[in-house]
Write a protein that binds this ligand. Structure first.
Ligand code: FPP
Length: 242
């Protein structure tokens, strides 16, 4: 199962406490640790977290650099924990605009956890689905070839994804907004969407488990009809055809 999360609401969480936005991001990073552990317990196959979108560059420089410091620290401190939990780390998104320090931390975490057979933890940094799709098309145009499997392969390459990016089963967005914000637009084609008011730093394991429980109750038809209706239609076909 692939769960993707848009972790929204750090700024409002801080504002409600009269704290700077960066305090909200620090609290958000703690929530990340708790949700990663919960996802491992729940045997999630892939967890993709939207940590920094390409559009987030437009935020004040101080906030952007605080976020990158947090991300780098997270990679440095959590790699050991990921190894203990057999979690494989993969950072998706552009790397050409990241600092050399952050790129090194990413490469170190990915190398160190490359053989971990457990959950795949993907962290999206400087990510834009539209950018990835356009860049993929550009590469395919140069190759003069377009088929679905090659498209998926090239998309993974553009995103620095380890293996083909799996389709998202459940997309969770905290913070009350109901939009995708340029996140995994191709991979979310048939994702179940789950929007929750809770601000990201308050999103703890029970709320995550509630989202997973809600997902299991959803009827995923992928454009078909549900199993009962299919059985009914088949039975009607049999009786009609004698
Ligand atoms: C959106 O909330 C959140 C972000 C832009 C950053 C997400 C980063 C973290 C959760 C912490 C670091 C991540 C990792 C993986 C360690 P917002 O700032 O837009 O909140 P607002 O909508 O309330 O202003």
């Amino acid at each position: 199962m692939h769960v993707a999360i848009i972790m929204d609401g750090n700024g409002r969480w801080a504002a409600r406490r009269h704290l700077p936005r960066t305090a909200g991001h620090r609290a958000g990073a703690k929530a990340v640790d708790a949700i990663v552990a919960a996802a491992v317990r729940q045997r999630v196959g892939t967890l993709t977290l939207y940590a920094f979108s390409a559009a987030n560059w437009s935020r004040p420089t101080g906030e952007v650099s605080a976020l990158f410091t947090l991300l780098r620290r997270h990679l440095l401190t959590q790699t050991r924990r990921c190894l203990e939990q057999s979690v494989r780390i993969n950072v998706i998104g552009r790397r050409d605009r990241l600092s050399a320090d952050l790129r090194q931390s990413i490469e170190h975490s990915e190398r160190a956890t490359a053989d971990c057979p457990g959950m795949r933890l993907r962290i999206a940094i400087d990510y834009s689905a539209q950018h990835s799709l356009i860049e993929t098309c550009r590469r395919l145009q140069a190759e003069n070839s377009l088929d679905r499997s090659r498209f998926i392969e090239r998309l993974a390459e553009v995103d620095h994804a380890v293996g083909p990016s799996p389709e998202v089963d459940l997309l969770i967005r905290t913070g009350g907004e109901k939009r995708l914000s340029d996140f995994l637009l191709w991979e979310c084609a048939y994702a179940e969407l789950y929007f929750v008011e809770c601000l990201w730093p308050d999103f703890a394991a029970p709320a995550f488990e509630q989202a997973l429980a809600e997902y299991t109750r959803r009827d995923r038809r992928f454009g078909g009809i549900d199993a009962c209706a299919a059985a009914g239609a088949a039975a009607a076909g049999i009786s009609r055809n004698g």
